[in-house]
Design a protein around this ligand. Structure first.
Ligand code: HAS
Length: 544
């Protein structure tokens, strides 16, 4: 990576890991409060802490980490950014940082206790919404140089297949830009003017629908960088080659077209959206599972082929051939394993009837702690272990690698305890999510929940210890590890793989399908919502 691009990437990494530390501390406080054994001091509210946790970890850590990783990936694969492109990137970074600081201050002042989903009618201070807008606009600006550099490469290499990792970055950025349009409309035309007193009311259902138009694609914006590492980096670390370039590109294009028109599966219990459209979006949700199944197949194939190459025999012989002592491999691998129950849980959520059972229970919290907080986050940690020293001109020493393994084991243990407790008590006993500790007037059912809440506190405490360790590790890798050259591992294509069909790089064709699917899945539900809105709350109409 060009040293000037490395600086931009590192700037993003610093903010990401500060967000991890503060957001992680908020998480610890939450599980302690929910155990019933601890009260927050100085009048700090539970939901205030929950907002810090969700915003910093769900929105800030992820977006900054992804932007840093992607800038580095572009620079490594298609070449350094031009000075002009880099300037746009820096502008984006500073806007995002300014927005983060503004929104965080409002949350800390208890002026924006609206959780990371900021559902109306909960209302935040207008500075909170403005801060989030700056984060989104800043992220768009950070995408611009990545798009430009990729386009420049394609112009200079007419007829060639672009490097897989750069292609993946572009798909993820496209997904992000299309998805954030929903939340941008929600914030700019509804929540922001409402919080400023320019309009009296908003249509709650419309705000939620626009949020989830964005919100589900958001989870794939988190997931795809992890998949980038699984497809292009993990194979190199284990000494293998990329199993199939075409399969990887197909998986990414399927994510691009199916990630957005599925948001209503978060609203299956909401009145005001016709059952037919819920059904249609549930069907589309089952399509978005396919690229993850392709990925699972591809990963197993990569591991097995490598095992065979090393002479391992039998059904599971390959398992022993994997480099278990390499933290750059182990953490993403734990992430993959966690995604098996995490993804299965997602399929339960998406199944309309089963959703009635788990919606708004702490099962859902268990689901996303397996998916984003384990699969994605552990892969990001595994990437950070080589990317940070690569960017700062240092090396991952044996001792730091060992510490990385400890982080992985602690994370897996803490998350196993916490998320199992959440899944069990949510599914079998209906324990609610987003709720402070309460004995519910001594209700027998609520008494059942307490032991699981204590288990969550145990898991959460182990996770916080892991966060302290990773913070130490990141500081070491950025500032104190011995100087040297750390490799940016990037696998080559397997010689046996078939040539990638040109259609898989034809953004026009996939773009048209994407727009058509969005129009199909959302036009009628949105018209219905606007037509049936309660008087005086017709969303945009209020503005004009
Ligand atoms: Fe989800 C709610 C459905 C994936 C995150 N999800 C959430 C929320 C979050 C979230 C944050 O349909 C809560 C939002 C809120 O605050 O309300 N989710 C799905 C489905 C999938 C899915 C169908 N979710 C994710 C991912 C996330 C994420 C990924 C973050 C990164 N989710 C839902 C639904 C809801 C929901 C409903 C709303 C619920 C409600 O009522 O509120 C699918 O994409 C999952 C497909 C995945 C698989 C797994 C493939 C396995 C792989 C690993 C291979 C392993 C290897 C290792 C190779 C089918 C790729 C092998 C080694 C060995 C040794 C075995």
């Amino acid at each position: 990576v060009d040293p000037r691009d490395a600086k931009l990437a590192m700037a993003n990494m610093y903010v990401a890991f500060i967000a991890l530390l503060v957001g992680g501390l908020a998480g610890l406080l939450q599980v302690l409060v929910r155990s019933g054994q601890f009260k927050l001091p100085w009048g700090i509210g539970y939901y205030q802490v929950l907002t810090v946790h969700g915003v910093l970890l769900g929105l800030i850590l992820t977006t900054f980490f992804i932007m840093g990783f992607q800038v580095a990936a572009i620079s490594r694969t298609v070449g350094p950014l031009t000075d002009g492109q880099r300037k746009i990137g820096w502008l984006g970074f500073w806007l995002m940082t300014l927005g983060t600081v503004a929104a965080s201050i409002m949350v800390l002042l208890n002026e924006a206790t609206v959780l990371y989903t900021f559902y109306a009618p909960l209302q935040a201070h207008w500075i909170f919404y403005l801060g989030l807008t700056l984060v989104v606009v800043g992220s768009w600006l950070l995408c611009v140089p990545q798009f430009m550099r990729y386009a420049q490469w394609r112009k200079e290499h007419k007829g060639e297949t672009s490097p897989l990792l750069a292609f993946m970055v572009v798909v993820n950025n496209l997904l992000w830009v299309v998805a954030t349009l929903g939340v941008a409309i929600e914030v700019l035309f509804m929540l922001l003017p409402w919080s400023l007193g320019l309009i009296e009311r908003v249509d709650v259902l419309l705000t939620r629908t626009l949020f989830w138009y964005f919100g589900h694609a958001l989870v794939y914006f988190w997931l795809l960088p992890a998949y980038m590492a699984w497809y292009t980096i993990v194979p190199k670390i284990i000494g293998a080659k990329i199993f199939s370039d075409a399969l990887a590109r197909l998986a990414f294009m399927l994510f691009l077209i199916f990630s957005v028109p599925v948001g209503i599966h978060h609203q299956l219990t909401e009145p005001g959206i016709d059952g037919l459209w819920k059904f249609i979006q549930v069907v589309l949700t089952f399509f978005v599972i396919v690229p993850s199944l392709l990925t699972a197949f591809s990963m197993f194939a990569t591991f097995e082929l490598r095992g065979r190459e090393l002479g391992r025999k039998g059904l599971l012989g390959w398992f022993k051939a994997l480099p278990w002592k390499d933290s750059r491999f182990l953490l993403p691998f734990i992430g993959m394993v966690a995604f098996i129950p995490g993804g299965a849980g997602g399929i339960v959520n998406a199944s309309h009837q089963m959703n009635q059972l788990v919606h708004n229970t702490i099962w859902i919290t268990g689901h996303f702690h397996l998916t984003v907080a384990t699969t994605v986050v552990l892969t990001f940690f595994g990437v950070a272990f080589w990317l940070i020293p690569h960017l700062t001109g240092r090396v991952l020493t044996k001792k730091l690698n060992f510490l990385g393994i400890v982080v992985g084991i602690l994370w897996a243990t803490g998350m196993f305890i916490m998320s199992s407790a959440m899944h069990i008590v949510g599914l079998l006993s209906g324990a609610p999510r987003r709720s402070e500790y309460s004995e519910y007037g001594g209700a027998a059912q609520a008494t059942e929940w307490i032991s699981y809440q204590i288990a969550q506190a145990v898991g959460g405490t182990i996770l916080f210890i892991a966060i302290i360790l990773i913070t130490y590790l990141v500081i070491q890798l950025a500032f104190f590890a011995p100087k040297g050259e750390q490799d940016f591992p990037l696998a080559e294509l397997s010689p046996g793989a078939e040539k990638t069909p040109a259609i898989l790089e034809n953004f026009k064709v996939w773009g048209v399908i994407l727009v058509a699917l969005i129009i199909f899945a959302y036009t009628v539900p949105i018209i219905d919502i606007i037509q049936n809105a309660p008087p005086g709350s017709k969303g945009f109409n209020n503005l004009w």
